[in-house]
Design a protein around this ligand. Structure first.
Ligand SMILES: *Cc1c(COP(=O)(O)O)cnc(C)c1O
Length: 368
């Protein structure tokens, strides 16, 4: 009834496209594939297995439980997790070779304790807040953290693998100011004599916008899924191919008279005698309710706007006098007409939110 097709061959294509894009003129920039939040709704394990097979350098997740899920499923790539609960178990992370982002001295102390318990050093990436004001140590507190890190290294509790930060994507001026602060952080680390194998700053947008800021590795999420990090639907321009296609079948059609109210609240009344088609997709599937009246879907290669209210499980489309029958294919977004960006525009949000909030009632079919 509801089908989500995930084309893993396109994930591989997008990974290699990004790899070619950053590795111009002999550069050797590593790629971290970001698979947090169930790979932005695409299926974390399937995507992780695919990019591992394609030789991705690192896998990035938000939290340790995602990292553990990957390890339990047999993923052997290097993994970094960066968002920790005050109760998170770093011992398990160390035992499973999961790199841990350290955003504060308090976290460093917990990592040290865990390393002692695990009798094995923890591999850390120091997260610097260069101006996003989310996690990460501020420049003001960085020196203190570096000094503590140095003694933790000497005691055998930590190995410093990386130092990283994250851009706010506010604008060029703001991003360049963050790059400058990142440079400052790097020079502070150098002054303290703390070495890092991997300096990494940019996600998809920064990677496409600032070649000077690729450093040793870039962290690619949305680009892996073939979507643009920018609001102007430019994915194809970068050679990226969308991975997710959401579709359903028409479950009922009916002829109704002029003046009939359609769906909750009668946002729409039929202007004339017409055919209504019922589609079993609603906001439970991630079709945003506030896209009612604006979102378009594609039935038999023709676009229709959902003029009535999107409900939890279903919506209704006025197909006029077109011949539409139960069983006909309805593309919500994907390979015919509407893109995730189009739906995002209709819902006044970003493509990230559209794919990440895709519902669990779809049957998932993986290609590749
Ligand atoms: C989610 C995330 C990324 C990936 O961002 P995209 O814009 O999807 O490429 C990279 N780094 C961090 C720290 C993140 O949280």
């Amino acid at each position: 009834m509801r089908k989500l097709t995930i084309d893993l061959n396109n994930v591989a294509h997008n990974l290699n496209t990004m790899r070619n894009l950053v590795n111009v003129s002999g550069k050797q920039v590593k790629i971290m594939g970001v698979v947090k939040a169930d790979a932005y709704g695409h299926g974390m394990l399937q995507v992780a297995r695919k990019i591992e097979a394609e030789g991705v350098d690192y896998i990035g997740v938000a939290d340790l439980s995602e990292a553990q899920t990957l390890r339990s499923a047999g993923i052997t790539s290097r993994i970094l997790a960066w968002l920790h609960d005050p109760e998170d178990d770093f011992v398990a992370a160390i035992k499973h070779d999961i790199d841990v982002a350290v955003s504060s001295k308090e976290q460093l102390l917990r990592v040290q304790k865990a390393a002692e318990l695990a009798s094995k050093p923890c591999q850390i990436h120091i997260k610097v807040d260069t101006g996003l004001s989310r996690n990460g140590v501020t420049i003001d507190e960085l020196e203190d953290l570096l000094v503590s890190t140095k003694s933790a290294i000497a005691d055998g509790f930590v190995k410093t693998v990386g130092i990283f930060s994250h851009l706010s994507s506010t604008g060029v001026k703001e991003d360049l100011a963050q790059i400058e602060r990142f440079e400052l952080a790097l020079s502070m680390a150098q002054t303290q004599g703390v070495d890092f194998e991997l300096r990494h700053l940019t996600a998809s947008d920064g990677t496409l916008s600032y070649p000077q800021a690729h450093y040793d590795m870039v962290r690619i999420g949305i680009g892996l899924y073939g979507l643009s990090p920018f609001s102007d639907n430019r994915a194809a321009e970068f050679g990226l191919k969308p991975v997710m296609c959401a579709e359903a079948k028409v479950v009922q059609t009916k002829r109704v008279q002029a003046g009939e109210g359609v769906s909750y609240g009668y946002l729409y009344r039929t202007p004339k005698e017409t055919t209504l088609a019922l589609v079993p997709i609603g906001y439970a599937e991630g079709l945003p309710r506030n896209a009612s009246g604006k979102a378009q879907v594609c039935i038999n290669d023709k676009l229709y706007t959902i003029l009535s209210r999107i409900a939890m499980d279903q919506f209704v489309v006025d197909v006029g006098d077109d011949s539409v029958s139960p069983g006909d294919r309805v593309v919500i977004f994907g390979d015919c007409g509407p893109t995730a960006d189009d739906l995002a525009d209709a819902a006044e949000t970003i493509n990230y939110e559209i794919v990440t909030r895709i519902g669990s009632r779809f049957n998932r079919e993986f290609i590749g």
